[in-house]
Design a binder for this molecule. Structure first.
Ligand SMILES: [Ca+2]
Ligand SMILES: [Ca+2]
Length: 242
């Protein structure tokens, strides 16, 4: 009878290139008959020779889940980059051989939701100001629905017939919706621009507990604005921010 001399890996399956979880669960078969109170070490590296591991964790207690042990990565895996992992057992002062090396890639997902995407200020008089902070009107809401932090650009078509350029008469500002949802943002009234690269939000986080922001809007009717309905299309651009 022969015994394995190294643990055998179970999941994520070797070569998978579309994991979406940033802190994946790693599972391997226990190495039987190796020693008493066996623990395991996992190593994860974007270098196939494990010369600079992103994660190296020892002392993982042997699991009892159908002869398997599992471990959730304690830090986030960089997206869109192949990573290698391997496991070895430890008991009574000695290590087993390393398992075979498997690889996986976490695929970036850039996705936003706009649960509130329309603002209607109703009727406004000449020179009157309305905004979504000092009124009951609900601001636009943006939620990071992907698995990477996002930089957000906000732009809009000009709303007034009498002012076809950026102006303090059509502005926005960013507020947190859930607390600590971003690194920084334009939190004071800022003129809407038709074309801009300026970030409205730097790093809107993706963790569901803190992943949403409000876009407040303020309009002031110019004194010489002709009557009738006014519209503006606000565009929200999201790109990877990490
Ligand atoms: Ca590395
Ligand atoms: Ca989210």
């Amino acid at each position: 009878m022969t015994y394995n001399t190294k643990p055998v890996l179970y999941s994520p399956e070797n070569g998978i290139d579309n994991l979406l979880v940033r802190q994946p669960l790693f599972v391997w078969y226990n190495l039987p008959y190796f020693g008493d109170s066996t623990t395991y070490q996992i190593m994860i590296d974007d270098n196939s020779d494990f010369s600079s591991p992103e994660i190296s964790k020892s002392g993982i207690a042997e699991g009892y889940d159908n002869g398997k042990t599992n471990h959730t990565a304690e830090s986030k895996i960089v997206v869109d980059k192949i990573h290698y992992w391997r496991v070895r057992a430890y008991s009574d002062g000695k290590y087993s051989e390393w398992s075979d090396t498997w690889n996986f890639t976490v695929l970036s997902s850039i996705a936003i939701l706009l649960p509130v995407k329309e603002i209607n200020f109703g009727k406004i008089n000449l020179t009157e100001t309305k905004d979504t902070i000092s009124s009951e009107i609900t601001p636009i809401k943006i939620v990071n629905d992907g698995n990477v932090d996002l930089n957000i650009i906000v732009k809009a078509t000009y709303i007034w017939d009498s002012i076809k350029e950026e102006s303090e008469k059509y502005q926005f500002l960013i507020n947190e919706d859930k607390p600590n949802s971003y690194l920084s943002a334009l939190e004071t009234w800022t003129n809407f621009k038709n074309e801009t690269d300026e970030l409205a939000i730097t790093r809107l986080y993706y963790d569901d507990e803190k992943d949403s922001a409000k876009i407040h809007v303020k309009v002031t009717v110019p004194s010489d604005e002709p009557p009738f309905e006014k519209n503006s299309t606000i565009t929200v651009v999201a790109e990877m921010g990490e």
